[in-house]
Design a protein around this ligand. Structure first.
Ligand code: ZN
Length: 368
């Protein structure tokens, strides 16, 4: 069994006769695969992910060093010394990765052994001798990813890419050279490994070294947050879907609503009761045991920031993620601590379900 790095090199072959290759191709395709995983598992639409080529720099330096050692050992005339891996040269090679067409491959070769052979042969796609280095295909594997299976499994499962995944078909306008780098659109077809029923087709656009998530069919199920009271889950799902679909300010609104519901249920205040947000957070902190206040992510900060962003229509998807994670972490710890978290024991067992039921009959804006 090949390790990851050897596998990427085998995929790319050694078609470029130079000391930097195939180290460059091996490390770059691994980095591309990692960027696809990050994008598919964690990013929202049109958030940018840049392929991290740090490991490629190190691999090239090592490869050039080895080439020099081998040259020194060899007998006979030296035709040409390897180009030193200077910062300028490494930058040039990064631009090369941004310019070369990327060709996707899948480790899964299909369910049918006879078509698996065709897929294997089709992937080798030789290019004419003398092809410019910036036009040489760079092959990479679509990664296995963790996604929510909405079919039979109803949970987080490994999904693998099927060989019907594709980049540019014959006569496609892609890959297309743009000033910022080569543009391509990939359509990755993923299937749940466990039930083999859930299928997602994912659209990803690439310009140079940057990737954007552009589509999910059917839409991606949000990841469950550990220990979140049941009544809050649908509100967080609304927040996640709003941000996933590009409505960031809608996401801030839903997340703050979730926080409001959490605080009111903890304080046994009816959802319909009007109370200023600042007072709500203050009352909650008064109820908490003094010792744990400082160690938890701050809900005061979360409330203030979410309010500011949704009123001023500012903030980024990363800001949303940070507050979502902070609020979730806070709630998770409180749930784990149980009655010990509160000075007033009556607040330790909120009925989040009934709060959610109350909310269904009330649709006004959250109190401020
Ligand atoms: Zn499944």
């Amino acid at each position: 069994m090949l390790d990851d790095y050897a596998e990427q090199i085998a995929l790319n072959g050694t078609r470029l006769g130079r000391p930097e290759s195939p180290a460059l191709e091996g490390a770059a395709s691994k980095a591309i695969e990692n960027a696809f995983r990050e994008l598919i598992e964690h990013r929202y639409f049109y958030q940018k992910v840049t392929v991290d080529l740090t490991d490629m720099d190190a691999a090239i330096k090592e490869s050039v060093k080895q080439a020099k050692i081998e040259l020194a050992r060899s007998i006979g005339p030296v035709e040409r010394l390897p180009t030193p891996a200077t910062p300028k040269r490494l930058e040039e090679l990064r631009r090369e990765v941004g310019a070369r067409p990327w060709r996707l491959a899948t480790r899964n070769l299909g369910d049918n052994p006879s078509t698996a052979k065709i897929h294997r042969i089709a992937r080798t796609g030789a290019q004419p001798i003398g092809t410019d280095v910036n036009d040489m295909n760079l092959h990479f594997y679509l990664p296995a990813v963790r996604l929510q299976c909405a079919s039979r499994c109803k949970g987080s499962r490994t999904f693998t890419a099927l060989p019907s995944s594709h980049d540019s078909e014959f006569d496609s306008p892609y890959p297309r050279k743009l000033p910022a780098g080569t543009e391509q659109v990939f359509a990755a077809v993923y299937r749940c490994d466990m039930c083999r029923e859930a299928i997602s087709t994912i659209l990803i656009r690439r310009v140079g070294l940057r990737l954007h998530l552009c589509g999910f069919a059917p839409r991606r199920e949000p990841l469950p947050v550990k220990s979140l009271p049941e009544g809050l889950v649908p509100i967080l799902n609304d927040a996640e879907q709003a941000v996933a679909e590009g409505d960031l300010y809608g996401g801030f609104y839903h997340l703050r609503t979730m926080l409001e519901h959490y605080l009111k249920t903890r304080l046994a205040i009816p959802i319909t009761q009007q109370i200023r947000g600042d007072d709500l957070v203050e009352n909650y902190y008064e109820a908490l045991e003094t010792g744990i206040k400082g160690i938890l992510p701050s809900l005061t900060t979360a409330w203030e920031k979410l309010s500011t962003w949704l009123h001023t229509r500012t903030g980024e998807a990363e800001d949303y993620q940070k507050q979502r994670d902070d609020i979730s972490k806070h709630i998770e710890v409180i749930v784990a601590l149980g009655a010990g978290a509160f000075a007033k024991p009556s607040l330790s067992q909120p009925d989040a379900k009934s709060a959610a039921a109350q909310n269904k009959t009330q649709s006004g804006p959250p109190s401020r």
